[in-house]
Design a protein around this ligand. Sequence first.
Ligand code: NAD
Length: 462
Amino acid sequence: MTTTVTDVQTADADGSTISWDPIFDEVGLPKDSSNIYTQTVAAMLHAADIINLRHRCRIILAQPKNEIMVHFPVRMDDGHHQLFKGYRVQHNNAIGPYKGGLRFHPDVHLDDVKSLAFLMSMKCSLVRVPFGGGKGGVKCDPRQLSAGELERVARRFTAAIANDIGPDYDIPAPDMGTNAQVMAWIADTYMQIGGRHERDPGAVVTGKPIAIGGSLGREKATGQGVVDVLREMLPDLDIPIDDMRVSILGFGNVGSWAGRILYDMGANIVSVMDHTGAIRNDEGLDAHALADHCAEHGGVAGFEKRAATTGTGKHSGQGGTVISEDEFWTTPSDVFIPAALEGMVNEERAKQLHTRVVAEAANAPTTPEGEKVLHQRGIEIIPDMLCNAGGVTVSYFEWVQNRSNVTWDVEQVDRELNRIMCMAARRTIVARQKYETDMRTAAYVASLEHLGDVYANRGIWP
Ligand code: NAD
């Protein structure tokens, strides 16, 4: 998503002036190369040029269809009311209903949500699940909210957007700061107020607890998808999964599941950093014990004190040593997995990285400047739209199961996920070879080719 603005425009000799694609003016986008949405559109237009995508598709994709912003009051535990701001951006639904996560985080902004919604359109098209792209969020810090406050925020936000979502129209899912419990509250609220006349209103969200229609395998799906893609791509790069060294930034849902699955396959998880601190063990951390510790204590901090008594696998019981942020970024690894916030692999950090592959488990973790440095240093990037598409893929399976009143066992979920992820990885590799381009542009190309076909077949009404 973050292929650079300067890749698609020309700079003056001193690099100070950028000549912008006329589409920026045509659709009224800010010509600001530091704006995350501008970067997203620039990357798309670059890939669109390669395949001569029709002008009408380019302008449609350059802006989301709907940008919804709501403000809603919530009663806090001390009795006062606080006003919250929420967003739902519906980028494109040419292929199917809008689909994408809801993020609860203090830094949620409209432009971030727009780019994430855009990325969802690209991701669903790349993996060929029949969904469009959406994203949403509430500006809040869930760690500072009590369980009751969090529930009231989730329910009031759902009430605020209830007319704009639905199982056939827009289907949210978990993202940063939200989880299966939040999805359960959203589903329940929607059933009470919005969708009581629908056949299966619970299908309004995915990532639900199993008891109310969630899919087996959904919780680990994004991490599992990261691993499926790595297994498909690493042999080409001569990196064997067993014994490879992995560093992980962010050990929440995505990072910890990718870490645990890789650990079970024999990889050495050599360093992990999250918002509470960083830890290292060149012999390999015990990923299961670390995930349990994070669940109990809210982050990796304090893991170094754990007694080496639990866990399974070859690094069973292995704790680690506390390291600084700089040490984390310079820890030698074969694969670096950013699984936290956007933009963390910036120019400075990209220069520090001592790795061969960056597998973008997070959305948009690499800035355009960071990406340039990684390319210059010959570090391969497996782009977010491919790497973390496992989540939306199993969300699609959940939606299919809800709508057809069937339950798949976890083997079926894993098998189908693996099939879809491997095909998407192959599609990307083929586009890369055909157009002799980087992996991110190749993923855009493979995605836009499909969207272009859909628009060519559907036409544009009236
Ligand atoms: P999460 O809330 O479960 O975990 C986020 C992790 O990031 C935590 O470990 C947190 O400590 C860490 N983090 C936050 N701020 C940090 C900082 N300043 N420095 C270091 N670490 C920090 O979120 P998640 O669901 O695992 O999502 C992570 C990323 O993956 C996001 O970009 C999200 O959009 C993307 N993603 C998630 C899913 C999914 O199914 N959950 C699917 C696709 C993409």
